[in-house]
Design a protein around this ligand. Structure first.
Ligand code: DGL
Length: 284
């Protein structure tokens, strides 16, 4: 059996990336780790995020023998991707960044909204990315404290109702703070979802902003980039699984029920794919 591809996020947000990876790479095995016990990363210190990211990468390498790693989290990528590359030079590694450049290609009004975590928007990596495109359009950048956490909580049966109301309230507040949305001159016509969790509230955003606003996320380009890297390293699994999707493992450091509900709701995966992991592995 071919080695799996490791995918991780602070929580369930990276499942939105896993969905694209599964479509692009149907013959691959995946092991996904949600660090939900420590979510949200976006409001924690950079040192903490780095420590978690390294521990998770080591765990996935040692216990699951992954052949590649996708950091399905903008916040962890911004804080740690350079260090990860230095520590694991032979490991194909894919990180995420808010899709400012793809948004430029889509926007007609040249006003682009960006929603991301505080950790992402206050990082040096994001500052450099923004500086590289700032002459070409106006970017309205919004740190969305509390939103990733509310999305995490929306999968927990006992917290779902309160969390849904919180999500609706935060989306109102943050989109209003960015300005007017629409396709007329001076309006924001393109919105970058710079956190993998936000993809799961796309429908609510569409309802709020109307049909003229384009939402841009990174799952598909990241999946294509992963495919290219694996092909270049000769690590692609080319043998077809003949109608049987390869096994997938979803792990969480947090609440198992939350991961099971998210996997079922967003990926149509059964609860048996999910497992809680603990301190014994050094990441729980
Ligand atoms: N889903 C993550 C991201 O893409 C982080 C959310 C959080 O834990 O704050 O940025």
């Amino acid at each position: 059996m071919h080695a799996p591809i490791g995918v991780f996020d602070s929580g369930i947000g990276g499942l939105s990336v896993l969905r694209s990876l599964q479509r692009e790479l149907p013959n691959e095995r995946f092991v996904y780790l949600a660090d939900s016990a420590n979510a949200p990363y976006g409001e924690k210190s950079e040192a903490f995020i780095r420590q978690r990211t390294h521990a998770i990468a080591e765990y996935l390498l040692a216990q699951h023998h992954i052949k590649a790693l996708v950091v399905a989290c903008n916040t962890a990528t911004a804080a740690t991707i350079h260090e990860l590359r230095e520590r694991h030079p032979a490991l194909p590694l894919v990180g995420l960044e808010p899709a400012l450049k793809p948004a430029l290609a889509l926007s007609h009004t040249r006003r682009i909204g960006v929603m991301a975590t505080r950790g992402t928007v206050s990082s040096d990596k994001f500052a450099r990315l923004l500086a590289s495109v700032q002459n070409e359009a106006h970017f309205e950048v919004q740190a969305c404290n509390g939103l990733a956490l509310a999305i995490e909580q929306s999968t927990l049966p006992d917290q779902a109702t309160v969390a849904q109301a919180k999500i609706a309230q935060l989306l109102q507040i943050y989109t209003r703070a960015m300005g007017r949305f629409g396709s007329a001159p001076g309006e924001i016509d393109t919105l970058v979802l710079g956190c993998t969790h936000y993809v799961f509230v796309e429908n609510a955003l569409r309802q709020l902003l109307g049909p003229d606003v384009q939402l841009v996320s990174t799952g598909e380009p990241v999946a294509r980039q992963t495919q290219r890297l694996l092909a270049a390293a000769n690590l692609l699994n080319t043998s077809s699984s003949a109608g049987h999707p390869p096994p997938i493992e979803l792990l969480t450091t947090g609440d198992l029920q939350g991961l099971q509900a998210a996997a079922q709701r967003w990926l149509g995966l059964s609860a048996e794919c999910c497992r809680a992991i603990s301190d014994a592995h050094g990441v729980g």
